[in-house]
Write a protein that binds this ligand. Structure first.
Ligand SMILES: [Zn+2]
Length: 86
């Protein structure tokens, strides 16, 4: 049994069923600054409380660099790769 996703011409394919419905699941680093008395998130750049837009941006910018832990899973048959490290 293959334990890693196949890459065919730049397209990720499930090694079990051949489906292209592959999800990458990764752990990402996110630095939080919280006012301990209010529990509210603080924007590290402006020092103000984080807006929902600020939170969305932080989420989108979070990367797995330095953590390097991810796996692939197939949304069709449920196959999962082994945990990969970068
Ligand atoms: Zn599959």
């Amino acid at each position: 049994m293959l334990n890693n996703v196949m890459n065919k011409d730049g397209i990720y394919i499930c090694p079990e069923c051949g489906s292209k419905r592959i999800t990458e699941v990764s752990q990402n680093a996110l630095i939080k600054m919280i006012n301990v008395n209010t529990g509210k998130l603080i924007n590290p750049i402006t020092g103000n409380y984080m807006s929902n837009r600020d939170k969305a941006r932080e989420y989108d910018n979070a990367s797995s660099d330095g953590i390097g832990c991810w796996y692939y899973e197939c949304r069709r048959c449920g196959w999962k790769s082994e945990l990969l490290t970068g």
